[in-house]
Design a protein around this ligand. Structure first.
Ligand code: TRP
Length: 376
């Protein structure tokens, strides 16, 4: 099956190496990882395991950083529903970058995006979800002094003047080919990419007292078309071309072959939300996590499982930080010593342990919200 990767649709068995060529990205190779390590002092396991796998212009970001010109980070989340575990992956890495490089983060909540792209979605529902999603971001532990939330409709007075400057330099034919739009696309959706470009240079306008800084955008690979377009435009407005660093998707519970990324729109069962309780997590994983185990226990013991297609194992590569533990799970599963049900139990514990802490921090986030929303 051919795969599809656009900001609105991700389907099929994704060949990430092929995407590097198709999108014109640079592979995040060992040399680059070592260069990052020089500054971070450690290699995040997302880098080691190829979860973050590609970039644009990281060398430029590090050249500037080494000259004393600190970049700022920019990422975002378009609210449509509750946050699921897949959404957290780029944010966890962004938080690590913020800590290690001591840099600012600008986090966009485009509360028009999903409203414009999803026929059924109502504006009021989006507003509710802006709030819910902000709690998840705060819960990950970003530094309130260095983190600024931008909400498109609430910060329209500072964002719109910049968005029109971007929009003026993008033709319909460019967005049509970058995003595959047809003639029946609504005009809000056609304009939207201009809004997503703005935070990649807006801090340089808002903080005029500081010297112009470059921007680094950590994001999941499906967002790349936006930044391919904005990288062409932003230098024409007199700002640095934004750099970026891309991650793979956390596969959907139902299977790597059937679904490239975990999506809340493909049904709630294939998705674990940050608000799910321990019982729900257990039920979903036991019932839906695609297994790479064999038909019978006997056959499994003899032939061993297939970790490469087993979603529980794949999820552990995203959530089990300890390399040694992960390796042992891999070997035991492959040899047949570890059964599919036992592997699921390991994942259930891991996720529930993570969510327990996350949900506590999410509660505390309610009183911190004000420190994060950008004040004009
Ligand atoms: N378009 C993203 C989404 O659908 C939201 C977003 C806005 C974003 N700005 C970003 C994602 C910058 C990554 C980087 O959720």
């Amino acid at each position: 099956m051919n795969s599809i990767v656009t900001p609105w649709e991700v389907k099929g068995n994704i060949d990430y190496n092929k995407l590097i060529t198709e999108f014109g990205l640079s592979k995040l190779d060992n040399k680059m990882i070592k260069r990052i390590e020089k500054h971070t002092g450690e290699i995040h396991y997302f880098l080691k395991r190829g979860i973050f796998f590609a970039h644009r212009d990281m060398n430029f970001i590090l050249d500037e950083y080494e000259k004393g010109n600190k970049f700022f980070l920019y990422t975002g989340r378009a609210p449509s529903g509750h946050t699921h575990l897949g959404h957290l992956i780029p944010w966890i890495f962004t938080k690590w970058l913020q800590d290690k490089f001591g840099v600012e983060l600008w986090f966009q909540f485009p509360d028009e995006e999903k409203f414009l792209f999803k026929q059924e979605l109502e504006y009021d529902k989006v507003q509710e979800m802006v709030y819910e999603n902000m709690l998840d971001v705060i819960a990950l532990g970003f530094d309130p002094k260095k983190t600024h939330f931008l909400i498109d409709t609430k910060h329209a007075d500072i964002m719109y003047p910049e968005a029109i400057k971007v929009a003026k330099k993008i033709t319909f034919s460019t967005v049509r080919s970058a995003f595959g739009f047809e003639n029946d696309q609504n005009i809000g959706a056609i304009f939207y990419t201009a809004m997503q470009a703005v935070p990649a240079f807006l801090p340089n306008i808002l903080e005029k007292n500081k010297k112009p800084r470059p921007c680094l955008i950590p994001h999941a690979i499906d967002q790349d078309p936006h930044f391919r377009v904005s990288r062409d435009v932003i230098p024409k407005l007199g700002y640095y071309k934004p750099a970026s660093i891309q991650c793979r998707f956390l596969p959907g519970l139902a299977g790597i072959e059937s679904d490239g990324k975990m999506s809340s729109s493909s049904g709630n069962n294939a998705t674990i939300f940050t608000t799910d309780d321990a019982k729900t997590v257990k039920k979903k994983i036991n019932k839906y996590a695609f297994s790479g185990g064999r038909e019978t226990v006997e056959e499994h013991r003899k032939k061993g499982g297939i970790p490469e297609i087993d979603v529980s194992y794949q999820w552990l590569t995203f959530f089990e930080e300890d390399d040694k533990k992960l390796k042992k799970i891999y070997e035991d599963y492959k040899s047949g010593a570890l059964l599919s049900g036992e592997l699921k139990a390991i994942l259930i514990d891991k996720i529930n342990e993570f969510l327990k802490k996350h949900q506590e921090k999410r509660e505390k986030a309610k009183s911190q919200l004000n420190n994060f929303i950008y004040k004009k």
